[in-house]
Design a protein around this ligand. Structure first.
Ligand code: GDP
Length: 434
């Protein structure tokens, strides 16, 4: 997907475009612990085209002065976006801050579209010519309050977008992402995984985006670590902010098949860990929980069991995820990772024959009869898998209103018990049989 970032000083109306593109999608909040929506990064759509929007203004740098905050936001945009929209407004004219932002943006090779907001009536159109002085090309007038001009901006954005994005899906490569808070050890793990004895496969014919990923081969299987460069890069102020780390994780999740949710054994489980894992779950990716820095704990016979119990309690929404205790420092158990990732990836893409599914269904109904409501009984005629990645099943029934969430859950547990779906979410959809 194309990613755009909107930058500009406070109160110019940056949320105008954000709201227009993302609309009410942002309020789709799942009723599950650990799943919350940060406003700073969202997926939207315009004329049937998918795009991601970063609202850099949503990342706060509390202890930074005004100009530093703006500079950091512009840096994030230049780093993360494919196309940047700089927002100004006609009422304030070209301000000193606008000029400062523009001079930062002029240094990037990425396309920048200049939007002049609050052009609410035709007379004001003449005033937008002042904005040529920013050196960012043609200013595009928009009116957030009247909803005018936004289509033109987005059209320009798509026109300027690099055309090598979105053709990512390739062959038999297993792509995985390491996601987690700052300092849990993602970068150290990448270095350890890519350590001496692995064959690094180069990305000669890759797209621009592939250049930030690294592929390696193990036992004849090619793996790709998503956003390797981003994980390894260190030391920018904004990279240490938790919201930024969530955004980075979301971008990686989008492109990965399997996500390693990295926790820090030394610090235990934090809310932000759950938020990040929640996004991977919501996106329907394969998930492995990796507890890093296992070398830092004084251990006895109960340490691993206790940590596992804590994880299972705090991460109930991903009870299907295997847990691995590792150390990037001592390399403990790291060699097991490719095999586990390949296993989860296999399950993520597993297809089960309908005949086998229906044997499971018959047995499930025998053990736990389908629910009734007001004297009407749910009848489930058959189960079929309609999709992989993640595995998705449809239950054809007499009346979908009679299906309960708890019974759907029971069915998915029966499916899990009968087949190996370790590490992957599975979905059940109930439909009326026509
Ligand atoms: P990232 O922000 O998640 O990429 O974390 P880094 O890889 O930069 O690691 C943060 C800090 O934790 C660094 O000082 C690492 O040396 C240290 N670290 C990473 N993994 C381990 C580990 O397994 N054991 C110990 N003791 N320290 C680790």
């Amino acid at each position: 997907n194309l990613t755009i970032a909107i930058v500009g000083r406070p109160n110019v109306g940056k949320s105008t475009i954000f709201n227009r593109v993302v609309g009410d999608r942002i309020s789709i909040v799942q009723d599950e612990p650990g799943v919350t929506r940060d406003r700073i990064y969202a997926q939207g759509e315009w004329l049937g085209k998918q795009l991601n929007v970063i609202d850099t203004g949503g990342i706060e740098f509390n202890d930074q002065d005004f100009m530093t905050q703006i500079r950091l936001q512009a840096e994030i945009a230049m780093e993360e976006a494919d196309v940047i929209i700089m927002m100004t407004n006609v009422r304030d004219g070209v301000t000193k801050t606008d000029s400062q932002i523009a001079s930062m943006l002029r240094k990037t090779d990425k396309p920048v579209v200049l939007a002049v907001n609050k052009v609410d009536n035709p007379e004001q159109r003449a005033e937008i010519y002042d904005f040529y002085s920013l050196g960012l090309g043609d200013p595009f007038p928009i009116s957030g309050s009247h909803g005018l001009g936004i289509g033109d901006i987005l059209e320009e954005v798509f026109k300027l977008a690099p055309d090598d994005i979105s053709n990512e899906e390739d062959d038999d490569t297993i792509s995985f992402a390491l996601i987690g808070r700052p300092n849990v050890g993602k970068s150290s793990m990448v270095n350890a995984i890519l350590g001496e004895n692995r064959v690094i496969v180069s990305n000669v014919a890759g797209t621009t985006r592939d250049a930030i990923d690294t592929s390696f081969e193990e036992d004849g299987q090619v793996f790709k670590i998503i956003d390797t460069a981003g994980i390894r890069k260190r030391g920018k102020v904004y990279e240490a902010t938790e919201k930024y780390s969530v955004m980075r994780a979301m971008r990686a999740i989008e492109r990965a098949q399997v996500c390693l949710v990295v926790l820090n054994a030394e610090e235990g489980i934090r809310d932000q860990d759950k938020t990040i894992a929640g996004y991977a779950h919501e996106a329907g990716r394969g998930i492995i929980i990796v507890v890093n820095k296992w070398d830092t704990l004084e251990k006895d016979n109960h340490t691993m069991k206790k940590f596992t119990d804590d994880i299972r309690r705090e991460f109930q929404f991903i009870e299907y995820a295997p847990i691995l205790f590792v150390s990037a420092e001592t390399k403990q158990r790291l060699t097991q990772l490719p095999e586990i990732i390949a296993h989860v990836h296999g399950n993520f893409n597993r297809r089960i024959q309908s005949s086998l599914l229906n044997e499971v269904l018959v047995e499930a109904i025998r053990v736990n009869p389908a629910p009734s409501d007001k004297g009407r009984k749910l009848r489930i005629y058959y189960l079929t898998q309609v999709k992989t990645a993640p595995p998705t099943f449809v239950a054809f029934v007499n009346d979908e209103e009679l299906m309960h969430f708890s019974y759907e859950r029971f069915l998915s547990n029966q499916i899990r018990k009968s087949f190996d779906f370790l590490g992957t979410p599975i979905q059940i959809i109930t439909r009326n049989r026509k």
